[in-house]
Design a protein around this ligand. Structure first.
Ligand SMILES: Nc1nc2c(ncn2[C@@H]2O[C@H](COP(=O)(O)OP(=O)(O)OP(=O)(O)O)[C@@H](O)[C@H]2O)c(=O)[nH]1
Length: 447
C-alpha cells in the first residue's frame, strides 16, 4: 500500500500526543524528530523535510488556543495543514482554453506511463466533463508507441490522430490541431516521445512542439515508484521546457511517498492527477487535503463518498435508508446493496480508504475476496422468499438445504445469518443514536 511506512510512523507519533492536555516544547521537539525521520525514510527530499519540520515546529509551539481541541489535537491539525500545503494546498484544476481546442502536451520518460495516462485523461475528460478529446500519436521513434495509443483509442472508442512514423512530430501536432478545429474537438492530447533519459534531442523536439502548438497545459508524467528520481526528472523537465503540472502514476503500488510529498515543493508545479492502476478509469484528480488525511490515517472519506455517489442510485439509497430506519431490511435488500457496492470497485481498494484502514494489520494480505461475495450472493439466492424476509425461520434443516443449494457449507450459511443479525442490531443502534447527535464509525456491514 502506498505511503504505508510513512503513515505508520506518523500515526504512531500522533497517537502519543493525541490526548495530551498540555504540550511542552520538549514534546514538540520529540515529535518533530520522529516526523523528520518518518519523512526521510519515505524518501522525501531532505531540504523539503527541513523546511516542513521548521514550519510545523514554529506553528505548534506558538499555537493559538482553540477551545474545541486539546493541545495534542492542535498539533495534529498543524501537521495535517502543513502536509496539505506541502502537496499544493488547493486542488488544482485543468485548464480550459477560451479558444478551443484546449491543447495538452503529455511528456515524460519511457515507461512512466505516458501513453496509458493520455488515454486515461481523455477518458476522464469525456466521462466526467463531457468533453470531446482527440488523441495525437506524436512518438514516432518507437513504432509500437503509435500502435499502443491506437489500441488505447480503440478500447475507449476515442479517435486517434496519427500520420505514421515518417512525418515530424511538429507537423503531426500541427495537422492534428487543424483537424481538431474542423471536427470540433475541444481537447487535443499530444502523446510525445519518451526516452530512457533526458537528452538534448528530446528537449529540443518538445520545445518545437511547444512553440508550434502553444499548449494550455504541459503535463509531465512521472512514476511515483521511482521516488527522488521522479523529483529530479520533474525538476529537469521544468527547467528545460516549463511544465504546468505533474501526473504521478503507479500510486497504487507500494511507493513510500517521497515523490508525492516533494515534487510540488521542489518544482513549484502542482500534482494534477494520480494514476491508481492499469485500467483506463484509474486516474483521479489529486486532492492534497484528502491525501494528507489518508497519510495521517484519518481516512479518505470524501473520495469514498464520491465513489459511492458516482455508483449508487440515489433513489435506491434513500429507499434503503428508510428501510434501515424502520428495520424492515431484508436479505433481498442486502443482495441489492451488495450489487451496488460491487460496482464501486474491488473491495480491498475501498477498504483502504476507510479511516484507520492502515492500522488494520494485514489488510494487504487479507485481499477481501470478491469470491466470498459470490458465495454470499449464492446463499441468499438459495433462500425462499419467506426466509429472505424472516430469517428467524431458518432452522437447522433449512440451513442444510440452503448450503447444499448454494454449493457452500453450513458454516458459511451460519456465518452470514449471524452477520445479518449483527448488522441489523448495528443499524438499530445507529438509528437510535442519530437523534442524540452522537457519531459512530460506519462499518461495511458484511465484513
Ligand atoms: N499499476 C499501475 N500501472 C500503470 C499506471 N500507469 C501506467 N501503468 C503501467 O505502466 C506501464 C508503462 O506505461 P506506458 O503508458 O506504456 O508508458 P509510456 O511512458 O507511455 O512509455 P513509452 O510509450 O515507452 O514512452 C504499462 O504497463 C502501464 O499499464 C498506474 O497508475 N498504475
Amino acid at each position: 500500500m502506498a505511503f504505508e511506512g510513512l503513515a505508520d510512523r506518523l500515526q504512531g507519533t500522533i497517537q502519543k500526543i493525541r490526548g495530551k492536555g498540555k504540550i511542552s516544547e520538549a514534546d514538540v521537539k520529540e515529535m518533530m524528530r520522529e516526523v523528520r525521520l518518518a519523512l526521510l525514510e519515505a524518501d522525501v527530499n531532505f531540504k523539503v523535510v527541513k523546511q516542513f519540520v521548521k514550519k510545523v515546529s514554529e506553528r505548534a509551539v506558538g499555537q493559538e488556543v482553540m477551545k474545541s481541541l486539546t493541545p495534542g489535537q492542535q498539533v495534529i491539525k498543524v501537521v495535517k495543514e502543513e502536509l496539505t500545503e506541502l502537496m499544493g494546498g488547493e486542488q488544482s484544476q485543468i485548464a480550459v482554453s477560451k479558444r478551443p481546442p484546449t491543447i495538452i502536451m503529455m511528456v515524460g520518460l519511457q515507461g512512466a506511463g505516458k501513453t496509458t495516462t493520455t488515454g486515461k485523461l481523455a477518458n476522464l475528460l469525456r466521462k466526467k466533463h463531457n468533453r470531446k478529446p482527440l488523441l495525437v500519436a506524436a512518438d514516432i521513434y518507437r513504432p509500437a508507441a503509435i500502435k499502443q495509443l491506437e489500441t488505447v483509442g480503440k478500447q475507449l472508442d476515442l479517435p486517434v490522430f496519427s500520420l505514421g512514423d515518417q512525418v515530424s512530430p511538429v507537423e503531426i501536432a500541427k495537422q492534428a490541431i487543424e483537424k481538431a478545429k474542423e471536427e470540433h474537438h475541444d481537447y487535443v492530447l499530444i502523446d510525445t516521445a519518451g526516452r530512457l533519459h533526458i537528452d538534448e534531442n528530446l528537449m529540443g523536439e518538445l520545445k518545437d512542439i511547444k512553440e508550434l502548438s502553444n499548449p494550455d497545459e504541459i503535463f509531465l508524467v512521472v512514476d511515483a515508484m521511482t521516488g527522488q528520481d521522479a523529483v529530479n526528472v520533474a525538476e529537469s523537465f521544468n527547467e528545460a521546457l516549463g511544465i504546468s503540472g505533474v501526473v504521478l502514476t503507479k500510486l497504487d503500488g507500494d511507493t513510500r511517498g517521497g515523490a508525492a510529498l516533494s515534487i510540488r515543493s521542489v518544482t513549484e508545479k502542482p500534482i494534477k492527477f494520480v494514476g491508481m492502476g492499469e485500467k483506463m478509469d484509474a486516474l483521479e484528480a489529486f486532492h492534497p487535503e484528502r491525501m494528507a488525511s489518508r497519510i495521517l490515517g484519518m481516512g479518505d472519506v470524501l473520495s469514498l463518498i464520491e465513489k459511492a455517489q458516482a455508483n449508487v442510485d440515489e433513489e435506491k439509497a434513500k429507499e434503503l435508508e428508510q428501510k434501515m430506519r424502520t428495520m424492515s431490511f431484508t436479505f433481498d435488500d442486502f443482495l441489492e446493496q451488495l450489487g451496488q457496492v460491487k460496482q464501486m470497485g474491488p473491495l480491498d481498494e475501498l477498504l483502504k480508504m476507510m479511516p484507520g484502514a492502515n492500522k488494520m494489520k494485514g489488510l494487504d494480505k487479507l485481499q477481501v475476496d470478491d469470491k466470498q461475495i459470490v458465495h454470499v450472493e449464492a446463499i441468499i439466492q438459495s433462500m425462499s422468499k419467506k426466509e429472505k424476509t424472516n430469517p428467524e425461520v431458518i432452522n437447522a434443516s433449512r440451513r442444510k438445504r440452503i448450503a447444499k443449494g448454494s454449493g457452500t457449507s453450513i458454516q458459511e450459511v451460519n456465518r452470514l445469518l449471524k452477520q445479518f443479525e449483527d448488522m441489523k442490531k448495528m443499524m438499530k443502534q445507529m438509528s437510535g443514536m442519530q437523534g442524540k447527535g452522537k457519531k459512530k464509525g460506519m462499518k461495511f456491514p458484511f465484513m
